[in-house]
Design a binder for this molecule. Structure first.
Ligand code: ADP
Length: 341
């Protein structure tokens, strides 16, 4: 009888809601196909320290609804810089007889996954686990939908108090290079304006834009306002001052240009965006992608990452995926603008 195929899964980089659902999907699909499956604790650190354990169907019970990752995650810069560290990782995997690895994480984790594949020959498949939705090859990443819903929940609450007091909220959401969380949560929350890093404006240009949006809103009788900004807008050195609090203070000090009294506040939603029970959309995405990762490994394929395009599950070479440039959805931005008039 042929030896069972042995595969492992790790979660790496920033955690994202739905990583657990992905781990569960990989483990249960692998067991269904009579493979042996191992969990690596804390990403590449667990590979280095041989923190690798066999998983059963029961081990991944009661996790589908939980945020975070039962496998833990870590950052290990030496994995990128030190070939000896990587060699140790490969030896540890081989010592368990593992020849397939699923890496669930963001672009940094994918760079690591690609090195594993190229250097060791171990078949590696990536799953996009990141709230930022910043991987160009896939329409959606696991965790994005939950993060957007968390933002919308928070903005809904802010909206209640903003409406009661006639205030303006400048809401800072995550997304350093990619404004998708801001665009999606801004549209879903009915924001007056959305600021994202993909649109290159100076601080003064953004302020002019906000003045015109708020003027329009107040002129048609609106009593309060919601502005959503991605943190990436102030990520570059020249823009470091341009935070939600700064914008709110500026609006307060420049009410006369808006033609209405403004009482603005900054609000940083922060790390709560990473947590929470994954939405059904993220759980289903994780299930579909996890199944595909195992199917690829069964076919002895590696160096690939799983994505979703037009609601179809796809696989792309990791190298190609990393070289693709994310394009902002211009239509969604226009739509946000039209709906806020
Ligand atoms: P994310 O996967 O969320 O983008 P990071 O960028 O922090 O998170 O990457 C997670 C881990 O992936 C890093 O701690 C490191 O171990 C590994 N990694 C990141 N970049 C590289 C790289 N260029 N080469 C090899 N490994 C990398």
């Amino acid at each position: 009888m042929a030896d069972k195929q042995k595969i492992a899964i790790l979660t790496s980089g920033g955690d994202a809601p739905g990583m657990n659902a992905a781990v569960r999907a990989v483990v249960r699909t692998a067991l269904y196909f009579d493979m042996e499956v191992y969990g690596v604790q804390e990403g590449y650190l667990g590979l280095k320290e041989d923190n690798i354990h066999r998983l059963t169907a029961g081990d991944v019970g009661d996790i589908i609804h939980r945020g975070g990752t039962m496998l833990g995650t870590a950052r290990l810069p030496e994995f990128a810089s030190d070939p000896m560290v990587r060699r140790q990782c490969y030896e540890n995997l081989r010592a368990h007889g593992i020849d397939g690895l699923v890496v669930c994480g963001g672009d940094g984790s994918y760079r690591g996954a690609n090195l594993v594949y190229k250097e060791s020959g171990i078949k590696v498949v990536g799953l996009p686990g990141t709230i930022d939705n910043d991987l160009a090859y896939t329409d959606f990443t696991i965790g994005f939908d939950t993060a957007v819903n968390t933002c919308v929940d928070n903005i809904n609450k802010l909206r209640d108090t903003m409406a009661s007091h006639g205030r303006v909220s400048v809401v800072d959401v995550m997304g350093r290079g990619c404004g998708d969380i801001a665009v999606h949560s801004g549209i879903a929350a009915g924001a007056e304006a959305i600021l994202i890093p993909e649109i290159k404006k100076t601080d003064n240009q953004w302020l002019d834009y906000l003045v015109s949006k708020l003027r329009t809103a107040f002129a048609r009788g609106k009593k309060y306002g919601i502005i959503v900004m991605a943190e990436g807008v102030y990520a570059t050195p020249k823009m470091h001052h341009f935070t939600a609090d700064y914008i709110a203070s500026w609006l307060n000090a420049n009410s006369e240009t808006i033609g209405h009294r403004v009482d603005a506040r900054g609000c940083v939603i922060g790390h709560v965006q990473r947590g929470g029970s994954p939405t059904a959309t993220d759980r289903i995405l994780a299930a579909r992608m996890g199944e595909e990762a195992v199917s690829l490994l069964r076919e002895d394929k590696g160096g690939l990452c799983v994505g979703i395009v037009k609601n179809r599950i796809i696989a792309v070479e990791i190298e190609k995926a990393l070289s693709m440039k994310r394009r902002v959805d211009k239509h969604l931005i226009e739509l946000a603008d039209i709906l806020a008039r």
